[in-house]
Design a binder for this molecule. Structure first.
Ligand SMILES: C[S@@+](CC[C@H](N)C(=O)[O-])C[C@H]1O[C@@H](n2cnc3c(N)ncnc32)[C@H](O)[C@@H]1O
Length: 247
């Protein structure tokens, strides 16, 4: 199995992947995604929804939302959060390569580097083609990740940070396959004890690579931004965002 197919990976990394601050940030980001896509009403697919950071606020606002993810652990958290808030989301446990509902959605979103996980380029292309087919003509796809240009400008082989629980998270990074992919090795340390170690790798895309892939998958137009507020993708950008129109 690949790293992203292990529930354990998502369960053990949950505290620093999805701290409360990141869950809360999505409440604001969701408004930016709606503004960027011009979406006011309709069906939304949150592809790779995780713990429902975006699905739940969207459902609360009255959108009809489908959240798709393969990780049972994260879907359970999402379901519990939704039922505590009494909001309705259609939760589906499915692989992003397989989920397809022809012409159904007005907006599909794929947030927080949830793309480029598959070793084979063709598998990542299947995901984009499925998204294009799942959208109605003219529907929008918003995809958000760290771009290759940004990664290259801030790259350090080793970084460390203190987690909210006071643990030390050491991240080692290695550029692989001629800048096509990055390999990450995370070590979680409590004083002199290693509590966990996770290795994972994924593709990294430049703005042009992402745009060309979206066009090849059948999208008719692709706009590139450097933040969710619609700012330019330039040397100051923290993130890479593409807004693609279904062809
Ligand atoms: C970095 S998390 C982002 C979650 C969410 N988009 C967010 O912004 O909070 C990546 C998500 O992709 C999901 N995922 C990984 N592989 C997947 C696959 N093959 N099909 C569907 N979801 C997958 C994981 O379970 C996880 O929820």
């Amino acid at each position: 199995m690949d790293w992203f197919e292990h529930d354990d990976f998502w369960e053990l990394t949950y505290p620093f992947m999805f701290p409360v601050t990141r869950i809360e940030k999505a409440e604001k980001d969701v408004l930016s995604v709606l503004h960027l896509s011009g979406m006011e009403t309709g069906h939304i697919l949150d592809l790779c929804c995780g713990p429902g950071r975006f699905s739940i606020p969207l459902a609360r606002m009255g959108f009809r939302v489908t959240g798709v993810d393969t990780t049972g652990f994260l879907l359970d958290i999402a379901k519990n959060r939704a039922s505590l808030e009494n909001v309705e989301v259609e939760w589906i446990k499915e692989d992003m390569r397989k989920f397809l509902r022809s012409g159904f959605y007005d907006l599909v979103m794929n947030m927080f580097t949830s793309f480029g996980y598959f070793q084979n380029h063709s598998d990542n292309m299947i995901v984009l083609a499925n998204v294009n087919k799942s959208l109605r003509q003219g529907g929008k796809f918003v995809i958000e990740m760290m771009g290759k240009e940004t990664l290259a400008s801030i790259f350090h082989p080793v970084t460390d940070e203190e987690t909210d629980e006071g643990l030390l998270l050491v991240q080692r990074h290695r550029i692989d396959d001629g800048w096509n992919r990055i390999e990450n090795d995370w070590l979680l340390i409590d004083n002199d004890r290693v509590l966990g170690r996770w290795k994972f790798s994924h593709w990294v895309y430049s703005a042009t690579e992402l745009k060309n892939m979206l066009l090849e998958a059948g999208f008719s137009n692709v706009e590139i931004y450097g933040n969710l507020e619609g700012g330019p993708y330039d040397s100051e950008s923290g993130r890479l965002i593409a807004v693609a129109t279904a062809g």
